[in-house]
Design a protein around this ligand. Structure first.
Ligand SMILES: *Cc1c(COP(=O)(O)O)cnc(C)c1O
Length: 428
C-alpha cells in the first residue's frame, strides 16, 4: 500500500463510509473524455458520469477554456450587493430552458442546499399568504433529496439512508411509491393513495416534493409520467405547491430536457444541480414562479431568508453557462436515443441471469437490480478487471454514462455489466 492511500484510509471520510475498515478507494490521476486514468496507469471507461454530473465527459476543451477565462477575471466575489455577467447569463439561460412559469432564480451551492431553499420558499410562501399552518410536506416513498436535515426529512424513511435520524427530523407525509412503471399501461388507481392523503391533509401541506419520473439514489426506479401529471392536477385542486427535484434528471438524462417534460407539466419550484456545471464544480439552482417569489417578497419580513457565502460563484456560473451551451448546440436527443437503444439491447441478457430481479433503461440510465445486495468492494474490483468504472449501490448495478460516449465504449460498459452480473450470480 502506498503512502497516499495509507493516509487516505486513516484520515479521510469518503461518501457514506466507515473510518474503521473502509472500503478500498482508487487513486485517479487524470480523466479525459469518458476515461478515468488511475495512478497505476490503468484506464477505465466511466459509467457513472461522477454521479450524473459529467455529461460531456472529462477535461473538455470548451469547459476548460470557460474556467480559465473566468479565472483571469475573478474566481469569486460575494453576491450580496454585487452581480456579475456569468451569474446573469446563467440565470437567463435557466429561465429560458426550464418550463415557462419558472422565472426567479436562486443560485445555491449544492443539490441538498437547492432542496433546502425550495422547502424554505414553500414555507415562506404560505406564511406570506397568512396560512402558516401549511408547514408540512407531502412526498412519495422511494425518494432521495439530499443529506442535509430538511432534505433528509423527505428521503425515503426506510431505504433513504437516513432512518437513524428519524426521531429528530421534521415529520412529513409519505404516500406509497407509485407502482405503475414508466413503460407500463397507466392505471388511474395508482394515484388514489396520494390523492386521499392530499385531500385529508392539504390544509397542513405547504408543498408536494418529489423527483419527476426517475427516483435516483432511493432506488433507481422509473414511474409512470401520468402519475406526475395527476400529482400536478391534485396540487392545483388542493392549493398546494409542487416542488420537483430535477437534480438528477435535469439536462437530458432521462431522454427529455427535464423529467417533468415526460408529463408535459411544470412545477412551482424546481431544483437543479449535478449536471448543471457539466460536472466541473459544485453549483445548484432553485427556480420559482413569479407568483411564489413575489408572494414571498410581499410577506413578512419581505425577504427570502437564505444567502450562502459562495452564492453565484463566478467560476461555477461560467462553466455552467458553457456546459449548457455545449449541450444545446449538440445533438443530445439523438445521442440519448442511441444510448437508450444500445443499453436496452445489450443489458437485456442480464434478464436471464438467476440473481437478477429486474433490468430497466430510461434515457441514458441503465439499471440491473439484483435480488440481494451486492458486495460493493468485490464488484467494483470485478468491474476494474473489465476496464470500466461502475459503482454499485445496495442491490443496484447501474450506469449513467457521459452523453458523448461512443457506441464501442458503451458496448464495453454493457458487456462488462453482463459479465460481472453472471460472475456474481454463479458464485452466490
Ligand atoms: C444528488 C441529489 C441531491 C443532492 O445533491 P448534492 O449535490 O449531493 O447535495 C438531491 N436530490 C436528488 C434527486 C439527487 O439526485
Amino acid at each position: 500500500m502506498n503512502e497516499l492511500l495509507d493516509f487516505d484510509k486513516s484520515h479521510i471520510w469518503h461518501p457514506y463510509t466507515s473510518m474503521i475498515g473502509p472500503l478500498p478507494v482508487y487513486e485517479v490521476e487524470s480523466a479525459a473524455g469518458v476515461r478515468l486514468r488511475l495512478a497505476d496507469g490503468r484506464e477505465l471507461i466511466d459509467g457513472m458520469s461522477s454521479w450524473w454530473a459529467a455529461i460531456h465527459g472529462y477535461n473538455h476543451p470548451v469547459l476548460n477554456r470557460a474556467v480559465e477565462e473566468q479565472l483571469r477575471k475573478m474566481a469569486h466575489v460575494m453576491f450580496g450587493g454585487i452581480t456579475h455577467r456569468p451569474a446573469v447569463e446563467l440565470a437567463q439561460i435557466l429561465v429560458e430552458l426550464t418550463p415557462a412559469p419558472l422565472q426567479r432564480v436562486f443560485l445555491a451551492d449544492s443539490g441538498s442546499v437547492a432542496v433546502e431553499v425550495a422547502i424554505k420558499m414553500a414555507f415562506q410562501y404560505w406564511q406570506a399568504r397568512g396560512q402558516a399552518g401549511k408547514n408540512r410536506l407531502l412526498t412519495i416513498r422511494g425518494g432521495y433529496h439530499g443529506d442535509t436535515f430538511g432534505a433528509m426529512a423527505v428521503c425515503d424513511p426506510v431505504n433513504g439512508m437516513h432512518h437513524i435520524f428519524q426521531g429528530i427530523l421534521p415529520q412529513h407525509f409519505f404516500a406509497p411509491r407509485p407502482t405503475c412503471r414508466y413503460d407500463e399501461a397507466w392505471d388511474e388507481e395508482d394515484l388514489t393513495p396520494f390523492a386521499e392523503m392530499l385531500e385529508q391533509h392539504h390544509d397542513q401541506v405547504a408543498a408536494v416534493i418529489m423527483e419527476p419520473v426517475v427516483q435516483g439514489a432511493g432506488g433507481m426506479y422509473f414511474y409512470h409520467a401520468d402519475y406526475l401529471a395527476g400529482v400536478r392536477a391534485l396540487c392545483d385542486r388542493f392549493d398546494v405547491l409542487l416542488i420537483l427535484d430535477e437534480i438528477a434528471t435535469g439536462f437530458g438524462r432521462s431522454g427529455t430536457m427535464f423529467g417533468c417534460d415526460h408529463a408535459g407539466i411544470s412545477p412551482d419550484i424546481i431544483c437543479l444541480g449535478k449536471a448543471l456545471t457539466g460536472g466541473y464544480m459544485t453549483l445548484a439552482a432553485t427556480l420559482a414562479t413569479a407568483e411564489v417569489a413575489d408572494t414571498i417578497s410581499k410577506g413578512d419580513p419581505g425577504l427570502f431568508m437564505h444567502g450562502p457565502t459562495f452564492m453565484g460563484n463566478p467560476l461555477a456560473c461560467a462553466v455552467s453557462l458553457a456546459s449548457l451551451r455545449l449541450l444545446l448546440d449538440s445533438p443530445w436527443q439523438e445521442r440519448l436515443a442511441v444510448i437508450t437503444e444500445i443499453l436496452s439491447r445489450e443489458l437485456a441478457p442480464c434478464q436471464q441471469v438467476a440473481g437478477v430481479a429486474d433490468v430497466r433503461v430510461l434515457g441514458a440510465i441503465g439499471v440491473v437490480e439484483m435480488h440481494e445486495p451486492v458486495d460493493v468492494a468485490a464488484v467494483q474490483e470485478l468491474f476494474l478487471e473489465q476496464g470500466v468504472w461502475v459503482r454499485p449501490f445496495g442491490r443496484l448495478i447501474y450506469i449513467m454514462p457521459p452523453y458523448i460516449i461512443s457506441r464501442t465504449d458503451l458496448s464495453r460498459l454493457a458487456r462488462a455489466i453482463v459479465t460481472v452480473v453472471r460472475t456474481i450470480s454463479s458464485s452466490a
